[in-house]
Ligand binder design. Sequence first.
Ligand code: ZN
Ligand code: ZN
Length: 399
Amino acid sequence: MATIREQCMGVKDYVIEMRRKLHQIPELGINNPQTQAFICAELDKMGVPYQKNTVVHDGVQDTGVVAFIEGKNTDKVIALRADVDALPVLEKLDVPYKSQHEGQMHACGHDNHCAMLLGAAKVLSQIKDQLNGSVKLFFQSGEECITGAKMLIEGGFMENPKVTACAAMHVWPQPQYKSGALIIKNGCMMASGDKFDIYIKGEGSHGSQPALGHDPITCAAQVISALQNITSREIPGDEPRVLSICQVHSGSAWNIIPDQAYMQGTIRTTDPKTRAFYVKRITEVVEGICAAMRCEGRVDWVDGLPPVMNNPEMVDLAVGAVREVLGDEFVEQNVQTSMGNEDFAYFMDMVPGVLAFLNISNDDPATHYSVHSPTFQVDEDILWHGTAFHVQTAVNYLK
Ligand SMILES: [Zn+2]
Ligand SMILES: [Zn+2]
């Protein structure tokens, strides 16, 4: 009987083929019908049963798919998750499997995630009789819009049978490590991410007569500077955190002082206390500066994603699994927290989980571009490592 390593290596070409096919049909948001049909057709070929999510969100059908691999029982169930949506990016790669959907691209590598999980479905369905528990395979839409994970939770897929642990992996260019290395950090792997809107109400006037109005633009400029002070003067320097203002809009002509300004930004933190501190201080600073500038300021918060907190036992399990199936040299643990976020955090809030990065950069600089870039490219030869991560983690969890 082939070992798990051999079986995962055995699907190497299949995973690459699936990835290239998916790369050509990138879709956005929670509604990815072509991708869903593709996944279902592959699962049908394998004889793996699945269910499509039926949840409709704001009139849009979520297209998540959950496959079920039933082992000896359902006492323990691990959910392995791949996100499958793409980005509104115009692809600049010149490859035979280039995106056929103009202006859309798998620039975050979710085509790889989907392909690797299909590979895992193949292997796990062949060894299911050995599993002391069962596996759910979450093919999740809408990660980029941070809605998809919630849609699967709402669809009831964390229950019946109850999911007791979860694991996921994201491709990530980390050229300093071996290509195919799994990067797994204990504790906070990825930051929380919140969005805020700032509305400044002033009073309009002629550009030549600012004294007759209350200029919201000079006020916005002071607010932007003051907000940066929170990050640099009020939070200890050794703590990872980011505050960025990413949109500023005001005015309509060269000689009119407008009556309002609007800004939008994000905070990223790794500690819930710092997150709460930012919320409090940003509101105070905006209201205070605006009042001093004879304007009115308001902050609207949109609660974003919780941090990705890797569970220590799940980390030990996943690290052990990678060492076993790939070797010690393919594990990196001493890494910094990423300031990006992931809606996988919602599953991890419910059950112990682990999220790993898979380094897809080799010596070829073409594989060093960041995710979300129009030239993002991966080392396809190591994609089977992602399948091996999924399979061995599930097998070891279900011992
Ligand atoms: Zn992304
Ligand atoms: Zn992503």
